[in-house]
Design a protein around this ligand. Structure first.
Ligand code: MG
Length: 159
């Protein structure tokens, strides 16, 4: 059996706005996240974890920020491309694990909705998807509430 692991990391800064989109879930908030796409830091980290497991580059290579077609893009497009590549290469996603690092908004109340969203996009069952959250104890940029960081791990097995 061929087993592949990949990791992904992403950061987006807070800017003006009235909501953030995390793992495809709309969360009302007093700021938004800035970025070329919809700045869904969770889906970006998961996408990079899948590309990493396949050793097929990163999200910036697949979807260059310099390309205007990705401006304001819904990030499910990015994850769907990575999932498509997993299947094309003859793998299945064994599990996905995501950690969101922020002081606010609170992730817990939305984690179930995020898992459901990711399960739909990845085509795997809920028990294979973990969405966790932590703070950085008020330290650093996440501690100062300047933005959100996300770390993801993906495991693939040969189909
Ligand atoms: Mg990003």
């Amino acid at each position: 059996m061929d087993i592949r692991l990949g990791n992904g990391f992403d950061v987006h800064a807070f800017g003006t706005g009235d909501h953030v989109t995390l793992c495809g879930v709309h969360i009302p908030f007093d700021r938004g996240l800035t970025g070329h796409s919809d700045a869904d830091v969770g889906l970006h980290a998961l996408t990079d974890a899948l590309f990493g497991a396949l050793a097929e580059g990163d999200i910036g290579q697949w979807f260059p920020p310099s390309d205007p077609q990705w401006k304001g893009a819904a990030s499910h497009l990015f994850l769907e491309k990575a999932v498509e590549r997993v299947a094309a290469r003859g793998f299945q996603i064994a599990n996905l694990d995501l950690t969101l690092v922020c002081e606010a908004p609170k992730i817990g109340p939305h984690a179930a909705a995020m898992r459901a969203e990711v399960a739909g996009l990845a085509g795997i069952t809920l028990d294979r998807i973990s969405i966790k959250a932590t703070t950085s104890e008020r330290l650093g940029f996440t501690g100062r509430e300047e933005g959100i960081a996300a770390l993801a791990t993906a495991a693939l097995v040969s189909a």
